[in-house]
Design a protein around this ligand. Structure first.
Ligand code: PLP
Length: 421
């Protein structure tokens, strides 16, 4: 469910017409619906209400401080994968005891900042990381709370670039070696082993891989407890998929995932954490763009937009589909036209959609990419020296720019020309 709807023929985010934001902010821009973000967080929170839990928003999907602040105020924890993300979460007022730190490449410096600033737990991804983290913690006179991320070798049945739980993936330690790794962790004086972590991939549209992974985690919990470890927290990752097309079969709902979690690990008496990103942010955001030209090719018609792959990379990176809606609703009965929808970057890969049926459009018309809230703005770049795309947050009838578009001068001023040139 989201709060992007046509009213009087104009696409709105909650109560704000997208045309109004476009007039003030210029295009392209990302727009997020506060009500949708909060609703998605709440459905996860409710899905785990049967036990002690914390929903940690995976901010890699959408990392704007205003969004983090809003979710933090609603009670969310945050899953971070770099110290930059950690510092953003802190800037949003989220306390360290609600921040979990994932990622395979944590540096000593990052560990130090997180330990000094407060951290709920590190999700450790390798044996060398265990040793280094213990050393860093001891050097600060601290003990680092940790889980070990286990790789359960489960096929998440998702796009290869976002599957993380197979043995060939770089994430976690093989579950078959978990006992010896936990034994080593328990020996290290700078660590406090609090639980187990697992995350098998993103955009999962089937509950079975989750069930398989959680079952393995439950078995491991029993084994590790027998080995003497005080396993009291399970971080079960993110990954629940969203519908990217209206015609798609709907992926499972958070409440169904919550039920699977309850069935598989509920009997263990552990606190449960989950780390959803896409499901909270994906359908809470859209990318609005203006048509620059309609160009007749030899065998096709190109819709050339002012947004490009640097603003939304998912189609070129993952062959991802985004529904595209005209901001001014087509009159009923209008015959669609077929377009290749492209941006202005000098790459053939800068193609958002091929052979897409849309109502007839012309230069100056606005279109909106649906389901762009997650892995959209966060992956934007300034490739082709196009200033970073701005972000706008809507709540009811008000909206605010929560990241402004840099000026060309600001963009260029970051470069430093050495004096010897
Ligand atoms: N947790 C970890 C460790 C991740 O790597 C990711 C993303 O891949 C997530 C959570 C969030 O996944 P999603 O956005 O699919 O919910």
């Amino acid at each position: 469910m989201d709060h992007f709807i046509y009213r009087d023929g104009v696409l709105h985010a909650e109560d704000v017409p997208l045309t109004e934001i476009a007039a003030q902010v210029g295009t392209p821009f990302y727009v997020y619906s506060a009500a949708t973000l909060l609703r998605h967080f709440q459905v996860f929170d409710e899905s785990l209400a049967w036990g002690e839990h914390l929903v940690c928003f995976a901010m890699k999907s959408l990392s704007n401080v205003a969004v983090l602040k809003m979710l933090g105020q609603a009670g969310a924890g945050i899953d971070v994968v770099s110290i930059g993300e950690y510092l953003r979460a802190k800037a949003a007022g989220v306390s360290g005891d609600k921040i979990v730190f994932s990622g395979v490449a944590k540096t000593r410096e990052e560990m130090k900042i997180a330990l000094e600033g407060g951290i709920r737990q590190f999700n450790v991804e390798s044996e060398p990381e265990l040793e280094v983290l213990s050393e860093v913690a001891l050097s600060l006179g601290k003990v680092a709370p940790i889980t070990v991320r286990v790789n359960p070798d489960v096929d998440a049945k998702t796009h290869a670039k976002i599957a993380t739980g197979k043995k060939e993936n770089k994430f976690g330690i093989p579950i078959s070696r978990a006992r010896e790794v936990y034994a080593r962790a328990a020996e290290l004086k700078g660590l406090d082993v609090v639980g187990i972590d697992v995350h098998i991939g993103s955009q999962l549209t089937d509950l079975e891989p989750f069930r398989l992974a959680y079952r393995k985690v439950a078995e491991l919990t029993e084994v590790l407890r027998e080995d003497g470890h005080n396993i009291r927290r399970l971080d079960l990752g993110g990954g629940l998929g969203i519908p990217y097309t209206r015609s798609n079969e709907a992926p499972p709902l958070p409440v169904e995932l919550g039920q699977v979690i309850r069935e598989e690990v509920g009997h263990l008496g552990c606190e449960v954490e989950i780390e959803p990103g896409r499901l909270i942010a994906g359908n809470a955001g859209q990318l609005v763009s203006e048509v620059i030209y309609v160009k007749e090719g030899e065998d096709r018609r190109f819709l050339i937009l002012d947004a490009a792959m640097n603003d939304l990379v998912r189609p070129s990176m993952y062959d991802a589909h985004h529904d595209i809606d005209p901001v001014i609703e087509a009159e009923p009965g209008v015959e669609p036209e077929t377009y290749d929808v492209v941006g202005g970057i000098c790459e053939t890969g800068d193609t958002f959609a091929k052979g897409r049926n849309l109502p007839p459009l012309k230069a100056g018309d606005l279109v909106s990419f649906r389901s762009a809230g997650a892995y959209g703005a966060v992956m934007a770049s300034e490739y082709n020296s196009r200033p970073l795309v701005p972000e706008v947050l809507v709540q009811g009838d008000k909206f605010a720019v929560i990241r402004r578009r840099p000026t060309y001068e600001e963009m260029i001023a970051r470069d430093i020309v050495p004096e010897w040139l």
